[in-house]
Write a protein that binds this ligand. Structure first.
Ligand SMILES: [Zn+2]
Length: 135
């Protein structure tokens, strides 16, 4: 499933899905897209897999995949990776299967999290990127 085919996560007891939403003392640095666990997730961009990482230091079962393209780094969180670092991907390449966030956050709306950093290392709002792909 492509990220642009998923709907935006609204608010639930754990927070809201939009860019800049409150996360306690921090701000949400990406957007959340509703996605059922085990859904096959496609890359949002053509590029190179530059990192397979861990969102949570205290639970290494959760993973993210980073794809770099033209100075931008796209990170897709909460997927069990189907790609490896150094791999070239296109927009239709499956990068992983969505994981179940409900075991960490009871009652949360299951989703994948997308964040995009520009070449200066700043988080940008992924919403226009996703909306453009919907058009
Ligand atoms: Zn998020």
């Amino acid at each position: 499933m492509h990220l642009h085919e998923m709907s935006e996560r609204k608010c639930d007891g754990h927070g809201c899905g939009h860019f800049g939403a409150s996360r306690g003392t921090r701000k949400h640095q990406g957007i959340d897209l509703n996605c059922k666990p085990m859904t096959t997730v496609c890359s949002p961009v053509a590029g190179t897999v530059t990192k397979i990482g861990y969102p949570y230091g205290d639970d290494l079962s959760y993973r993210y995949v980073e794809i770099s393209s033209q100075g931008y780094a796209f990170r897709v969180f909460y997927v069990d990776p189907m790609v490896t670092r150094g791999q070239q991907v296109s927009k239709s390449t499956p990068i992983g299967k969505a994981q179940d966030l409900g075991t960490r956050y009871s009652g949360i709306t299951n989703h994948v999290h997308l964040e995009i950093k520009n070449a200066a290392g700043e988080f940008i709002d992924p919403t226009p990127v996703v909306l453009a792909q919907r058009a």
